[in-house]
Ligand binder design. Sequence first.
Ligand SMILES: Nc1ncnc2c1ncn2[C@@H]1O[C@H](COP(=O)(O)OP(=O)(O)OP(=O)(O)O)[C@@H](O)[C@H]1O
Length: 251
Amino acid sequence: MLEVLGLAKSFGLQTIFENFDLNLPHGRFTVLVGPSGCGKSTLFDCLTGIVCPDQGRIVWQGNAIAHLGSLAAYMQQKDMLLPWLTLEENSLLPVQARPRTLRDMKQAKQTLARIFERIGLTGFGAHYPYQVSGGMRQRCALARTLMFDRDLVLLDEPLSALDAITRRELQNLLLMLQKEFGKTVLMITHDIEEALVLADEIILVGPTPMTILERFQPKASKPREFTQPEFMETKARILSRLLTEKEKIQG
Ligand SMILES: Nc1ncnc2c1ncn2[C@@H]1O[C@H](COP(=O)(O)OP(=O)(O)OP(=O)(O)O)[C@@H](O)[C@H]1O
C-alpha cells in the first residue's frame, strides 16, 4: 500500500536519516519504537509533506507521489486544536473542509457522537480546548483524526497523555479501527507494552541517523494481554537492544 524507498532528511549538518526504507502492507498495524529524538516524527512529517525530504521515493498504491498529503490522516504529538473552536467544531473540521451536503453533516455529527461516546467526551462537545484537561484534548485530536476517514492513519504518540484505563479503552478503539474499518495504521509509541498489544509488526529504530535495528511480529491473536509469556521475552529483547544502542552512543 505504502512504500518508502531511500528517504533522506538532514537539518543543517544533522543527518536525521538516509536511505530509509519502509513498507506498509494494507490493513496492517505497524508500530515504530525508538529512542527520543531519533527522527520518528520527522519521518512522519516527511511522509505527510509537512517537511520536505532531501531524497527518496514515496510510492502509494503503486504510484510515486511527492507526499501523502490528504491521503493519510495524521495525528501529531501536539493536539493542534484550534482554541477558538469547541471540541465538536474542532473534530468536525475534516468534514467542513470537504464538499458536503446538510445530510453529510448530519451523518458526520452522528458518527462523531459515537466516537465521543467511545472516548469519553460525551457532554464536552460545547467546551473549548482551554476548558478541558490535556488528556481530553488529546482524545479530541484523536476523534478529529478519525473524522478524516482515510485508509491510512499516522499516529504520533496518540495515547501518551492518558490515564491507564482510558489508554486501554483507546487501544481497543484503535484495534477496532483496524479490524472493522480495515484501516492501515502506522503509530509511534515509547510504550513497549502498548506496541506489543497493538502491533502486527513492531519496527525498532535506532538513534540518529535513524536506521531499522530489528523487526518483531507478535504472533498472538488480538485482543492481547501484554502479560503473555511471549511478550515478556520480546519486551526484554527490545529493552536490551535499546540499551545497547544507547551505550554505543555514550561510548
Ligand atoms: N524543524 C527542525 N529543524 C531542525 N531540527 C529539527 C527540526 N525538527 C526536528 N529536528 C531535530 O531532528 C531530530 C529528530 O527529531 P524528531 O522529533 O523527529 O525525533 P523523535 O524520534 O520523534 O523524538 P521523540 O520520540 O522525542 O518525539 C531532533 O534532534 C530534533 O531536534
